[in-house]
Design a protein around this ligand. Structure first.
Ligand code: ADP
Ligand code: ASP
Ligand code: MG
Length: 410
């Protein structure tokens, strides 16, 4: 008998028929003799609908109330799934994040889990009850409702698996696993059988929304092997797990794209020590993360300073940057909201030169201009015009031979 945590995403609980399908899968796992904790997302499209409502009420919705609103989607699905299981004759109980409780810090909209109490859940499991937990939500120490950031139900599931010391953590979604690139934009995308935590961390942080990045951080920290698979069939999916020797022989394992970034450029900044900090620290104080940063070579004592932030932080970031730019006597603040980030990721890059060249040449051949570049040990990212992102993904997928078998370095 094993303790299994299963998570079902929005599409998998998108309507009543699909919730019934989930209930049947859950029942099958339970009937096989397992203890079961099920985490669910809101019905697909529901969280977007709630976010749109908040944006209609206010340009900068209050962050505490925003969480109270967007967390409601998951309250609906836990109740429906638990009801469905009960009507099938199973003992089931829904839990909101605050009822577990899943305790987080107070960064509304992107709260971090601090601890999870396992007492009530273990008692219920012992009594043979199937536990259904609302993903994406928690509670802070002052009893405020919090949410974990978009896609956060993955993190709820992996964190629960770690806290409960589960034997298995399955993430059920609308694709068969983690692919070499988004299978919905590239027909040739290939399913990856096994991927290391570090590669998955890069893929997730660079736009492969199949797993939320925090869930992978949890999995790595607590050594939880995560099985990503489809809720619509029984085929084996992708194991996200510890690195093994064979993994490094693959040069590039995945290509990602992200369209949720925007570019802010501060022009003619006086080039003095401390300028970067004066521009960026007010953003950090407002809990806004800056992704890529480029500072140009200085000319007659002035430089241009460009960085990217996510679309959801853009308006606030622009206000703050304009204020900071005025204080340091910069000339102008320019923006571009139609950019995309395309990245290649692979453990094999550590030991092989020439990967960047191949990437840049491939994009040049298509006439795609690169606006910014950033690299780490196992990834290269470029910023380009959003209208080229899908083309860029496809040509890179081809150039690194990902459609066929795993690429071995020459
Ligand atoms: P869920 O609602 O189940 O959490 P998501 O929509 O958050 O599902 O994540 C699944 C989606 O992630 C897929 O439908 C796919 O379009 C997208 N995706 C992006 N990159 C990848 C990738 N490399 N492998 C698999 N899916 C990917
Ligand atoms: N419902 C939330 C979202 O759409 C959380 C999730 O689906 O994981 O972001
Ligand atoms: Mg998701």
């Amino acid at each position: 008998m094993a303790l299994v945590v299963q998570k079902y995403g929005g599409t998998s609980v998108g309507d009543i028929e699909r919730i019934r399908n989930v209930a049947e899968r859950v029942a099958k796992t339970y009937d096989a003799g397992n203890d079961l904790v099920v985490v669910v997302s809101a019905m697909s499209g529901e969280t977007n609908r709630l976010v749109a409502l908040a944006n209609q009420v206010s340009e900068f919705p209050d962050s505490r109330e925003y969480d109270v609103l967007v967390a409601t989607g998951e309250q609906v699905t836990v109740a429906l799934l638990a009801m469905c299981l009960k009507s099938m004759g199973y003992k089931a109980r829904s839990y909101l994040g605050s009822q577990v409780p899943i305790v987080t810090d107070s960064s509304f909209g992107k709260a971090r889990i601090k601890r999870i109490s396992d007492k009530k859940i273990h008692a219920d499991l012992k009594a043979g009850t199937i536990i259904v937990v609302a993903g994406f939500q928690g509670v802070d120490q002052d009893a405020n409702l919090t949410t974990l950031g978009r896609g956060g139900s993955d993190t709820s599931a992996v964190a629960l698996a770690a806290a409960l010391k589960a034997d298995l953590c399955e993430i059920f979604t609308d694709v068969d696993g983690v692919y070499t690139t988004d299978p919905n934009i590239c027909n040739d995308a290939r399913k990856i059988e096994k991927i290391s935590y570090d590669e998955m961390l890069e893929l997730a942080s660079l736009g492969a929304k199949v797993l939320q990045i925090r869930s992978v951080q949890f999995a790595k920290k607590y050594n939880v092997t995560v099985h990503v698979r489809s809720s619509f069939n029984d085929t084996a999916g992708t194991l996200v797990t510890k690195e093994d020797k064979n993994m490094e022989s693959i040069l590039v394992s995945g290509i990602t794209y992200a369209k949720d970034e925007t570019k802010i450029a501060v022009m003619r900044v006086p080039d003095k020590p401390g300028i970067a900090a004066r521009l960026l620290s007010p953003l950090a104080d407002a809990n806004i993360s800056v992704d890529m940063i480029v500072q140009n070579v200085s000319e007659d004592g002035h430089t241009d300073f460009t960085f990217t932030v996510t679309k959801s932080d853009f308006k606030k970031a622009l206000l703050i940057t304009k204020e900071a730019a005025r204080e340091i006597d910069a000339k102008d603040v320019l923006t571009d909201e139609s950019i995309a980030k395309v990245s290649i990721v692979g453990l094999g890059m550590r030991n092989h030169a020439g990967v960047a060249t191949r990437m840049f040449e491939t994009l040049a051949k298509e006439g795609i201009n690169i606006q910014m570049i950033s690299t780490s040990e196992i990834k290269i990212s470029v910023i380009l015009d959003a209208k080229y992102s899908e083309l860029a993904v496809r040509v890179l997928h081809d150039a690194f031979g990902l459609a066929g078998k795993d690429v071995r370095p020459e």
